[in-house]
Write a new protein. Structure first.
Length: 308
């Protein structure tokens, strides 16, 4: 498999991990949802992220999921989340998935990092434990980690840790960070790819600021693909029109603690997975919430017909 580079563009969908209602990994649904993501326009996948319920998996399960997805992707790029409290676990899983054919790994900051020097040093440590040839996606997600990576610290990481080839941008507000990265690049700093998360809620603006695409999940990955394509072509009016058709569901999915349940419910309704079950601790939607999502889906279909 081709390794991830700083020129990567497009949509790398953050994949869900399907479970049976009894909490077992549903490998048949895993095959099905991998096919679904690519059929709907994904250029690559990112697995074992926060929305993939990675902390609920054992190391053996993580390896099994990675192996299954990489094989199913048939050469398309798969990035594997390896974030863990300790470097030993990062190194162990990272080396294993790269041997399986992963395109790269994704790591974020543990909440214990409190100072700029600690943040800078951490990614150097991650690079060393993984080995010289492993491409790294730096996940900048302060809303989840509580760690703020300033523009200056990010610039120093770009300068000093060449294995960091991509930023998964999830700062909020964070549009100015994208602008600075591109300005620094224009002034001679090494280029890195910037793919954006946060459920796509700011994706049109992020593309206009110079992002290369999206690395996030949503029950309609074709929306992400359309906006990235339109944004790359400079057709921002059309990108905003498409985004507006999906906005009520995007907004509903942004509810803290409920977003993954919404996403899995939508994917199950679309036939991409068999069950919307989350592994405990984690609960599905109530009957009332399901009815609300069903109404949003019906209204979305109407808006898309009007748009087209």
């Amino acid at each position: 498999m081709t390794l991830l580079t700083s020129d990567a563009k497009g949509v790398f969908v953050i994949a869900v991990t399907p479970f049976t209602p009894q909490g077992e990994i549903d490998f048949d649904s895993l095959d099905r949802v991998v096919d679904f993501y690519f059929e709907k326009g994904a250029d690559g996948l990112t697995i074992l992220g926060m929305m993939g319920e990675a902390p609920k998996l054992t190391q053996a399960e993580s390896r099994a999921v990675a192996d299954r997805v990489i094989r199913r992707a048939e050469g398309k790029p798969v990035v594997v989340g390896v974030s863990a409290p300790g470097l030993a676990a990062i190194g162990e899983l990272g080396k294993a998935v790269m041997d399986m054919g992963a395109a790269g790994v994704m790591a974020t900051t543990p909440g214990s990092l409190k100072t700029d020097p600690q943040i800078h040093a951490y990614f150097g440590q991650v690079a060393r434990v993984l080995g010289d040839d492993v491409p790294i996606v730096l996940q900048d997600f302060p809303l989840a980690t509580g760690v703020q990576i300033s523009g200056d610290v990010l610039a120093s990481i770009i300068d000093d840790v060449e294995q960091v080839v991509m930023l998964k941008h999830e700062d909020w507000p964070g549009l100015e960070k994208i602008t600075r990265i591109r300005a620094d690049e224009a002034n001679g700093r090494r280029r890195i790819s910037v793919l954006c998360g946060n459920g796509g809620v700011f994706l049109p603006e992020e593309m206009a600021r110079g992002a290369d695409g999206a690395m996030t999940g949503f029950g309609f990955p074709e929306m992400l693909a359309d906006i990235v394509r339109l944004g790359a072509a400079g057709d921002m009016d059309r990108a905003h029109d498409v985004f507006g058709a999906y906005l009520p569901l995007v907004r509903y999915e942004q509810q803290p603690g409920a977003g993954l349940a919404v996403r899995k419910y939508v994917l199950a309704q679309r036939g991409a997975i068999i069950s919307p079950a989350l592994r405990v601790p984690g609960a599905g939607l109530t009957a009332l919430a399901m009815a609300e999502v069903d109404r949003l889906l019906a209204r979305q279909e109407t808006r898309l017909k009007e748009l087209n």
